[in-house]
Design a protein around this ligand. Structure first.
Ligand code: HEC
Ligand code: HEC
Ligand code: HEC
Length: 444
């Protein structure tokens, strides 16, 4: 059993008696006594929903937008996102602005039950009152109601108890809206607000602690956005590490990655693809710039003994070493025509492997996973991209994938540890489309 569920189990046993009081206590919302207010213009309301990426979790690929039903795996069974259209019977049609606020910023549904933090309310807690109203108006006026009943969570008793989450919140959620930080300009503060609040970037990019909490929710801690394993990928560090973070990216590179899903350093894939397809590409130019300038201000967390430098020996010797080096031979056969003998790819169309933060990461899961399963389409303005990383699950054995991964992780000046078939096997199993092996908080 996973450790965060164990801790929740321990809390249930330990503090049973006082639980019901905290659990049934309805939080207060600044909207409790608020009268109607001005209706948000539809495009501003929609922009807020894009920034929060509500659609990514509250829809299924086959279903109607925001009708819920997306399975998110936990070791004890799936939980499902809910219908957040304004259908009176199956959705949130009965929610007042204050009820909606309590769900989005405090993790408490209208009937008082606590939401699992798979709903990123620890981040949305930082939203301003105005943005909560914009979101509410979007769902109320712009999203067609859909009658679709919610699926019950598959977590069995007693771990399906929700009231211990009230204690989890007390311990781990700082429930205050974002307050501008002194000593920083408006652009930086706007970026911090978007990253920490709306974008909930930390829910994927910040490491988790023993109770599954994000170890930090703001830049006060050096662990914030320091990179984390997630859904069989590694969400890279968004801090200043020169090798494995954004240290060698300019602010314009970061901006291009968010708006277009690509730059000369890399192209979106894995769970970042959902964030790009549904959310970051819709950032206004000014907001994308603000996010970039905020991220570029975060200093490196991990110490680095040397900084990546390109080495052209690999390109020159590739043909000669291939007969004796299975990794090089596989690269020549399967990869070279896209990523190049020089490992530099092609501009922002074919990702480079030389010096790529993903390839340099100690954690090889993203490299292994993308070679096994390839990447989905990045869709910008409705048009899918031209090139795509193909899957090699069928063509290559665990041993082959370990060999080619080891080759690219040590070629062209890259200095990442070797990869073993034992690292490939579990990833192959847990990403097998036909297996029911569970993944923690699988987004899709
Ligand atoms: C990372 C996934 C994720 C994202 C992003 C997300 N949600 Fe959720 N949300 C969930 C899950 C899962 C639940 C159900 C949790 C539970 O059952 O405990 C939920 C529950 C809710 C509920 C409670 C509804 C009910 O019927 O009880 C509301 C309201 C809600 N979300 C609104 C939003 C809004 C608005 C956004 C965007 C600003 C959003 N969510 C973004 C995963 C997500
Ligand atoms: C659902 C999980 C998820 C969310 C939410 C998410 N990311 Fe990511 N992100 C990833 C993963 C996984 C990767 C690694 C794959 C890749 O490079 O595309 C990644 C990669 C990146 C990269 C490239 C890093 C590199 O070194 O290649 C940037 C920049 C980035 N994310 C920024 C953001 C920002 C800013 C946000 C919030 C607005 C965000 N991400 C939200 C999962 C996520
Ligand atoms: C048909 C062209 C093509 C082939 C062949 C190909 N790749 Fe890729 N690869 C891509 C593209 C394009 C991307 C960027 C992700 C995307 O958009 O699909 C990528 C991404 C990657 C990444 C992640 C880079 C990043 O940005 O973080 C790795 C690692 C990788 N490829 C390794 C390999 C290996 C190893 C092989 C051979 C076994 C291979 N690729 C074969 C096109 C290709």
């Amino acid at each position: 059993m996973n450790s965060w569920l164990k801790s929740i189990g321990a809390i249930i046993v330990g503090v049973g008696a006082i639980g019901s009081y905290v659990a049934l206590h309805r939080p207060s919302s600044p909207f409790d006594s608020a009268a109607g207010g001005e209706r948000t213009p539809p495009d501003a309301a929609e922009y807020a929903a894009r920034l929060g990426d509500c659609v990514a979790c509250h829809s299924t690929p086959e279903g109607k937008p925001f009708a819920g039903g997306l399975a998110m795996g936990t070791p004890l069974g799936n939980i499902y996102s809910t219908n957040i259209t304004f259908d009176a019977n199956t959705g949130i049609g009965g929610y007042s602005l204050a009820d909606f606020d309590n769900a989005v910023r405090r993790g408490v549904a209208k009937d008082g039950h606590r939401l699992y933090p798979a709903m990123p309310y620890p981040s949305y807690a930082k939203l301003s009152d105005d943005d909560v109203r914009r979101l509410y108006d979007y769902f109320k006026y712009s999203v067609p109601p859909v009658a679709q009943a919610n699926k019950p969570s598959e977590i069995a008793a007693p771990l399906n108890q929700r009231w211990p989450l009230a204690f989890w919140n007390l311990a781990f959620v700082d429930g205050k809206p974002y307050a501008a930080k002194a000593g920083h300009d408006d652009v930086w503060n706007r970026g911090a607000y978007l990253v920490q609040g709306f974008g909930h970037c930390g829910s994927c990019h910040t490491p988790r602690g023993p109770a599954f909490q994000e170890v930090a929710l703001s830049d006060e801690s050096a662990d914030y956005l320091a990179g984390a394993p997630l859904d069989n990928w590694k969400a890279a560090s968004l801090r200043g590490e020169k090798n494995v973070g954004l240290g060698r990216w300019s602010a314009d590179d970061v901006k291009a990655f968010l708006l277009h899903g690509r730059n000369e350093h890399g192209i979106v894939y894995g769970s970042m693809l959902d964030a790009f397809n549904n959310s970051t590409q819709y950032l206004s130019d000014a907001d994308a710039g603000a996010v970039a300038s905020y991220l570029k201000s975060l200093p490196a967390t991990a110490a680095e003994s040397s900084v990546y430098a390109y080495d052209d020996a690999t390109a020159k010797t590739l043909q000669a070493v291939a007969p004796a080096n299975p990794g090089a031979a596989l690269y020549l056969k399967q990869c070279v025509y896209c990523h190049g003998a020089d490992g530099k790819g092609a501009g922002d169309q074919l990702a480079p492997l030389a010096g790529n933060p993903t390839v340099l990461d100690n954690d090889a899961s993203s490299v292994i996973n993308i070679v096994l399963n390839g990447a989905g389409h990045a869709v910008e303005n409705g048009a899918p991209d031209a090139y795509r990383m193909p899957p090699f699950r069928v063509l290559m054995s665990d041993k082959d994938i370990a060999a080619v991964a080891t080759f690219i992780r040590s070629g062209w000046g890259n200095k990442a540890p070797a990869t073993t078939p034992e690292q490939v096997a579990p990833l192959r199993a847990s990403t097998n489309p036909s297996s029911d092996t569970v993944t923690i908080l699988k987004m899709r």
